[in-house]
Design a protein around this ligand. Structure first.
Ligand code: NAP
Length: 302
């Protein structure tokens, strides 16, 4: 088993990373770094530099921090010869992640920009089914209640937090994976609460008749759905990619095991001495923030 350190013991670390590591034969959770969070029975550091110097046996670092602070940690880890796994979205800017990729290459370590939704059960079969189809259009409907899923996480509305594109990047990671052709943004309406620096909702129009509706104000039923129309039928992904239907018939659907798959992939990458760095989902977020029309809406408070 390979010793791994988890950094940023917050919601996603507790909900997904810790159980996935504990259930894996590849990994041993050897330390954590967090200012407040800890994991029972695991050595806890509050200072990252101290962990790097005191635990040279830990070769892999998994960063579960929000995107803005992540770069500094990743750069230090790579400089210290550690392999690095990044939560999504992989950074606060595209350029900083390209810089990390260059650093990882020069240092001979693995960098993995994870996109957990791509590991959802329906995504690979959806990609395979669409590979030889003629696409006539697609629609993303990604509507959830930010108060329910990100309670009190002020960073999502601060610069670099990306607002509704924090969950929206999950949809973008799926659409960029399954469509057999590239798309680019034509227009976007971005709804900014008057007291926030990031959008709470967005309507997007891409080339090839692809549209997206992202909203963090959704109360009641939540939707994480993608529909792709082709000349040979309609594909639907529901539940964030976990359930796949073609022409209304269920093809696949089961419990979500995205994070165990991410850690299995990281083990493969480290073993093969390779990196996986894909910024295509984040490219669409950056494009929305450069091309989008800013519309000011009611203030938001958790
Ligand atoms: P979170 O709970 O707010 O943050 C994770 C931890 O990071 C915090 O507990 C905090 O730990 C540390 N942290 C926060 N700000 C920091 C800063 N400025 N400097 C250093 N450490 C800081 O967030 P999360 O929901 O786990 O999300 C973290 C990442 O996972 C995000 O990129 C998010 O998109 C991704 N993600 C989240 C979910 C979800 O459902 N929440 C799902 C999938 C992916 P300490 O205070 O103890 O240092």
């Amino acid at each position: 088993m390979t010793a791994i350190c988890l950094v940023g013991i917050g919601k996603i670390a507790v909900d997904q990373h810790v159980p996935s590591i504990n259930a894996s034969d590849d990994w041993e959770l050897a330390a954590t770094v967090s200012r407040a969070g800890t994991v029972d029975g695991v050595q806890a550091f509050t200072d990252f530099d101290q962990m790097l110097s005191e635990r040279p046996d830990i070769g892999v670092v998994s960063l579960c921090l929000p995107p803005v602070p992540r770069y500094e940690y990743a750069a230090k880890a790579i400089a210290a010869g550690r392999h690095v796994m990044l939560e999504k979205p992989p950074g606060a800017t595209l350029a900083e992640v390209y810089a990390l990729a260059d650093m990882a290459k020069a240092a001979g370590v693995t960098l993995f920009t994870t996109w957990h939704s791509r590991m959802a059960e329906g995504v690979a079969p959806a990609k395979a089914w669409l590979a030889d189809k003629q696409i006539t259009g697609a629609h993303i409907s990604w509507k959830e209640d930010v108060r329910r899923w990100h309670p009190g996480q002020d960073w999502v509305f601060a610069p670099g937090g990306m607002g509704v594109f924090d969950p929206g990047s999950n949809a973008l990671s799926i659409i960029t994976e399954i469509l057999p052709m590239p798309i680019h943004l034509r227009s976007a309406d971005l709804l900014f609460p008057s007291n926030c620096d990031t959008p709470i909702a967005a309507q997007m129009q891409w080339t090839k008749n692809v549209t997206g509706d992202f909203d963090w104000r959704q109360e009641g039923p939540q939707s994480w759905d993608i529909t792709v129309e082709t000349t040979q039928g309609t594909l639907n992904l529901h539940d964030g990619g976990a359930r796949l239907l073609i022409d209304g018939e269920k093809v696949i659907g089961g419990p979500r095991a995205e994070y165990p798959a991410l850690y299995a992939r990281m083990a493969e990458l480290v073993a093969s001495g390779t990196s996986e760095v894909d910024l295509s989902p984040m490219l669409h977020v950056a494009d929305a923030l450069t091309l989008g029309k800013r519309i000011v809406v009611d203030p938001f408070h958790f």
